[in-house]
Design a protein around this ligand. Structure first.
Ligand SMILES: Cc1ncc(COP(=O)(O)O)c(C=O)c1O
Length: 340
């Protein structure tokens, strides 16, 4: 595997790997492309989705430092927080989650990911949108308080998206996707993924550079589900630069290597339009693949829309990375029911 001159940091196996890569025959035919799906929604059941790959490295560091409590943050239905809480349970640690919500005095119902946060015994703290702007500070305060109480906290940024977390998708490319694509006839290929905090994109790009994907006609495109293209070029660029500083010999990712497909945030982060939900329902009914409304459903909707405009836009083959998030469907059950 083309990892040299790098070597993996310590890792705790938490995900069911390798995940399958499957062909979506009927949908591919309808869209006029060869369509494959990399099933990272199958990295586990409760402890599932893309976040588990990042947590394998982040929690290995937490354990090596002797930490006993993990602190992290996200939106109220954060998949990352749910996965972190369950991974912490697996390692005998506690978890403290800062969850952003409209009105902390009236927290949302315990459904979807929140239900699983509760099942995992996570300590939940609801914060306002204004407080979210100070999330780093709030997590540091929580860490200080837990330390004074005799605990050993480990802070993970939103989405597990930092240089250490980026190893998760670097490894996914080097150990899985690269060989999976090499086993297929060579064709111009695009790996499409949802982009929420940038760590998945950073890892994919670093892995792609190590494996020489550009020279083999394979590119990576992220669909932003919040913020905009410039924000993610900066966020992913910053993670890759930090990675490079920590690991001499790591590939350099330039801004022009970061391909973000903007224009599909729709009515806002974690808010769905009927056309996005209809696409999710259609895929469930054609392929028995269930997407989520916040990330993969939006990225998939973007893909279908772009293909209807320009079939050649992504080359001949698309690998859609299913990053999980199934539990996010339950809070929008009423919106879905209206479309059945
Ligand atoms: C299901 C799902 N897909 C995609 C993403 C985006 O990944 P990243 O935050 O690494 O950009 C997230 C988290 O943000 C997620 O929960």
């Amino acid at each position: 595997m083309p990892l040299a001159p790098l070597s993996y940091p310590e890792r705790i196996p938490l995900a069911r790997l390798p995940t399958p890569i499957e062909r979506l025959e009927r949908t591919g035919e309808r869209l006029g492309v060869e369509l494959l799906i990399k099933r990272d929604d199958l990295t586990g059941s409760g402890l599932s989705g893309n976040k588990v790959r990042k947590l394998e490295f982040l929690l290995a560091e937490a354990r090596a430092l002797g930490c006993d409590t993990v602190i992290t943050c996200g939106g109220e239905q954060s998949n990352h927080c749910r996965a972190t809480a369950l991974a912490a349970v697996r390692l005998g640690m506690g978890s403290h989650l800062l969850l952003r919500t409209a009105d902390p005095d009236r927290p949302p119902a315990a459904t979807g990911n929140i239900l699983l946060d509760r099942m995992a015994g996570a300590d939940l703290r609801w914060i306002t949108v204004a407080e979210w702007a100070r999330r780093g500070e709030l997590m540091a305060e929580a860490a200080g308080r837990l330390t004074r109480e005799g605990r050993r906290p480990y802070v993970i940024p939103e989405g597990g998206s930092n240089a250490l977390g980026a190893w998760g998708y670097l490894r996914a490319v080097v150990e899985e996707l690269d060989a999976e694509l090499a086993a297929l006839p060579s064709r111009p290929t695009t790996v499409v993924h949802a982009c929420g905090s940038g760590g998945t994109g950073a890892g994919l790009l670093l892995g792609a550079a190590l494996c020489g994907w550009a020279g083999r006609g394979i590119r990576v495109v992220g669909v932003n589900v919040c913020d905009d293209r410039d924000y993610f070029v900066r966020a992913i660029g910053a993670i890759c630069r930090d990675f490079g500083q920590r690991h001499p010999g790591a590939p350099t990712i330039r801004d022009q290597d970061i391909d973000i497909l903007d224009g599909y945030v729709g009515v806002g982060y974690a808010k769905s339009r009927p056309e996005e939900l209809r696409e999710i329902i259609a895929l469930s009914r054609t392929e028995a693949v269930i997407l989520d409304p916040v990330y993969t459903g939006k990225a998939y909707h973007a893909l279908v829309q772009e293909l209807s405009r320009d079939r050649a836009r992504f080359g001949d083959r698309i690998v859609f990375l299913h990053t999980g998030g199934l539990f996010g469907l339950f809070p929008v059950a009423d919106q879905l029911a209206a479309l059945f």
